[in-house]
Design a protein around this ligand. Structure first.
Ligand code: GLA
Length: 368
């Protein structure tokens, strides 16, 4: 693969990176001002930067082997370049001066699996710009600028979870985030458990999916319930007055927020006692299973391949719980499994999944 200097003819000046994320609980809650519980995955996006010697931006993606040049006239590129150019544009709109740049991207975050490859690209790009240009912006602002880039230039009305997770989470802990106040707590992984992420092999295109439609339905439900956002309701019975499908959509969001809060209590108890509590791990797993059922039946963002994979995981000894993760409509599943068993369970499930006619892929634990 050609390196930065071979592509752009000048040496790289700085480099930055950011991870993808997997969400353990709290799906489709962030744009309802709710609660989320993601963690970073080992896969990262790396961005090399330097000044361009002409008046254009030049972006290169190693995975796509594609170079895109952008001048004033041909703005608004598509694909990977739209996220990078989006970040530059949100910074410029905020008053920052961004000179013409060369930017080289390489990434091990799988695209289209619901593991936030776009947030990783945005956060890595913004970190790189902060370094190169000495910008006075903090990690929260990086997440917010990244989210704006995604909304305004990639056309997805996303919440803030992915960019916050990419900017603030690490692979050794969970990030409990209140998406309304941005208050957050870093929580340890439940003792005695580890995570397993398997891609269903069914790709998903977020912008082309029902994501924006779900968001609009939630906003309509909140208006009818006369609250600022669905986060303001804790009692699932409140949805009974809503027409369908708003009733089911709102019920998912309300019960999902409650599941996150219960899971956080479980984990904090772990933290206080540092004891391995089998019952609590099973309860955490049950919450994940209930989340999947809710995403499938009430939110209607699952697909048969994800349901098959999740069911296989849920009935496997050593698995505490499993669910689809990310926006849905395809992508990956996450499971909480007994510590030390993830590799064995993953290869067993993969074979069964292939025998059922699908083609999956193990993403975490990462195969070196
Ligand atoms: C995508 C969005 C996030 C969040 C999830 C669903 O990943 O980017 O903001 O809404 O879907 O939980």
């Amino acid at each position: 693969m050609p390196n930065f200097e071979q592509i752009f003819g000048v040496p790289q000046q700085t480099q930055a990176s950011a991870p993808g994320r997997v969400n353990l609980l709290g799906e489709h809650t962030d744009y309802n001002d709710g609660f989320v519980l993601p963690t970073a995955i080992p896969q990262r996006t790396i961005v090399g930067l330097g000044y361009s010697s002409d008046s254009q931006h030049h972006f290169y993606s190693q995975e796509l082997d594609q170079k895109v040049s952008i001048s004033e006239k041909n703005g608004n590129p598509e694909g990977f370049a739209s996220y990078i150019f989006g970040c530059i544009q949100v910074l410029e709109r905020d008053g920052y001066q961004i000179p013409p740049l060369n930017l080289y991207v390489t990434s091990s975050v799988p695209m289209g699996s619901g593991l936030s490859s776009s947030a990783a690209l945005e956060v890595a790009t913004l970190r790189g710009l902060r370094q190169l240009l000495n910008l006075n912006i903090d990690d929260i602002q990086i997440a917010q600028f990244g989210q704006q880039a995604e909304i305004q230039y990639a056309g997805v009305q996303c919440g803030i979870m992915d960019q916050m997770a990419s900017s603030l989470a690490d692979t050794n802990s969970m990030l409990f985030l209140d998406t309304r106040t941005l208050e957050r707590r870093v929580l340890p992984f439940p003792a005695g458990a580890e995570i397993l992420v398997i891609d269903s092999g069914v790709p998903r295109t977020l912008a082309g999916s029902g994501y924006n439609q779900r968001r609009a339905e939630c906003e309509a439900a909140a208006r009818l319930l006369q609250v600022k956002a669905l986060r303001d309701i804790a009692d699932p019975h409140a949805v009974e007055i809503l027409p369908e499908p708003l009733r089911r959509r709102a019920r998912h969001v309300i019960t999902e927020n409650n599941r996150v809060l219960e899971a956080v209590k479980i984990v904090e108890t772990f933290h206080q006692t540092s004891l391995h509590d089998e019952t609590s791990l099973h309860r955490f797993g049950e919450l994940m299973n209930a989340s999947h059922a809710s995403l499938r039946d009430d939110y209607e963002v699952s697909v048969p391949a994800l349901d098959t994979l999740v069911a296989m995981l849920q009935e496997t000894p050593g698995v505490f719980g499993a669910r689809l993760t990310g926006a849905g409509f395809g992508g990956a599943c996450v499971a909480l499994v007994e510590e030390g068993k993830a590799d064995g369970i993953a290869s067993n499930i993969l074979t069964r999944y292939e025998n059922a006619g699908y083609k999956g892929n193990i993403l975490v634990p990462e195969i070196p």
